[in-house]
Design a protein around this ligand. Structure first.
Ligand code: HEC
Length: 155
């Protein structure tokens, strides 16, 4: 009962207007659609873990985090039609380069191509009016060390 009132409140805010009354009784896992910002937050964690694993030359873990990161980006494009598919496919070459660097266990190449991949994240953010979400190659292991929080210098 509590849950239902909570969901109706959300519907009142226009968040779940498409949810039919009977759906409110039986929410199930296959109806759950993650919000884009949540998918991106997962991508942020994987981007940082990918970097840390590569830095530590744990190539098996790096390969795993790369797969997870790709899955987040694909999920974003599939679930959110407002995302131009081209914005995801332009990341494909840098995702492949990161994968090649991992296969070759090449730390130097890995560092270089991760920078390119990160620039790809920012290019999409800029093109979608989210230029204020600025990712960077992580500076350390602190949470969110792969995001720039200081405002960009004005031109
Ligand atoms: C295809 C376009 C696109 C690509 C590629 C993309 N993003 Fe995003 N990202 C977005 C959009 C759009 C938002 C804003 C979502 C919102 O407003 O709910 C966003 C938001 C974010 C946020 C903010 C989430 C929050 O709640 O604070 C982070 C962090 C983020 N992206 C990380 C990344 C990382 C890391 C990459 C690259 C590995 C990446 N993004 C690639 C489109 C993209």
């Amino acid at each position: 009962m509590k849950l239902r009132r909570w969901m109706l409140a959300l519907a009142g805010l226009g968040v779940a207007t498409a949810v039919a009354a009977q759906d409110l009784k039986s929410p199930s896992a296959d109806q759950y659609v993650p919000r884009l910002g949540d998918i991106m937050s997962a991508a942020q964690a994987r981007h940082q873990k990918l970097w840390l694993a590569g830095k530590a030359k744990n190539w098996e873990l790096a390969a795993y985090e790369l797969r997870q990161l790709k899955a987040s980006l694909v999920e974003a494009a599939l679930l959110y039609s407002g995302i131009p598919v081209g914005n995801v496919t332009t990341l494909e070459p840098s995702l492949r380069s990161v994968s090649d660097a991992i296969d070759a266990k090449d730390g130097r190449k890995f560092a270089k191509v991760l920078g390119e991949l990160t620039e790809g994240c920012n290019a999409c953010h800029r093109s979608m009016s989210r230029g204020f979400v600025v990712m960077k190659v992580p500076s350390d292991q602190q949470p969110f060390a792969n995001q720039q929080f200081a405002p960009a210098a004005r031109p």
